[in-house]
Design a protein around this ligand. Structure first.
Ligand code: SAM
Length: 217
């Protein structure tokens, strides 16, 4: 991906996370928690202010969380110290960098020993452009092992015309058919997918999102 676009994204999210400290976990996070083994290690891709990673950690999951924004990562570190959370690690990383992502996944595997590693990414795919999306999917297909699961939630193309609470930054309304095909071509089986509203309501906004669970073959 072009450096320029990565820097624009980073500037926006750095500013956003200077003042966004709400740590209520997302509905998706809570939903995923009901499905995964108690001792699963979580790799969160694009963790923002850590609302979900900190909640996973509070429920006993060793968590490794990555985000491009320095501000977001610093605020996650501060919050985890405040809450005395020891088993969450926050790393500034670019999801489009195979080196950044593979290093973080290796560290999660070291922590996991024989436990399951779960991959999780919420509201990130629509904040990447198409090339960035392909880069992270390619990296994941190389780094994920057979039978490992990834959980995605992001805005789908059905959401494009709806009003938004936060404006002024890059969003791409993902064509889910293309996304499913990419996953399939990279050796994933789609275990579950659902597009709809009511899953990520925020104030006056009720976006169309897709939830996907995909298993590496
Ligand atoms: C809409 S926020 C979602 C944050 C969090 N997952 C949540 O649900 O609240 C999108 C996040 O993706 C991160 N992001 C965007 N591009 C990225 C990249 N290339 N590498 C890593 N993180 C990125 C941003 O910094 C931001 O924190």
């Amino acid at each position: 991906m072009e450096k320029k676009n990565i820097e624009v994204n980073k500037d926006y999210w750095d500013k956003f996370y200077q003042s966004n400290f709400k740590h209520t976990p997302s509905q998706f996070c809570v939903c995923v928690l009901t499905e995964i083994p108690d001792d699963a290690v979580i790799v969160e891709l694009g963790s923002g202010n850590g609302r979900d990673s900190l909640y996973f950690a509070s429920q006993g999951h060793v968590t490794v969380a990555l985000d491009l924004s320095h501000e977001a990562i610093e605020s996650c570190k501060k919050e985890s110290k405040k809450r005395d959370v020891e088993h969450a690690t926050f790393v500034q990383a670019d999801l489009t960098s195979i080196e950044d992502v593979s290093t973080a996944i290796s560290s999660a595997r070291d922590k996991a020993e024989d436990n399951t590693v779960i991959f999780y990414s919420r509201f990130v795919m629509h904040s990447l452009d198409d090339n960035q999306e392909q880069a992270i999917l390619n990296t994941l297909s190389t780094c994920m092992q057979k039978d490992e699961l990834i959980y995605f939630e992001f805005r789908s193309k059905e959401d494009e015309l709806l009003d938004k609470h936060f404006g002024g930054h890059y969003r791409r309304y993902v064509d889910t058919d293309v996304f499913y095909q990419r996953l399939t071509d990279l050796g994933y089986q789609i275990e579950y997918n659902h597009i709809g509203q009511g899953m990520a309501k925020y104030k006056e906004e009720d976006p169309f999102v897709v939830r996907i669970i995909a298993k590496k073959q």
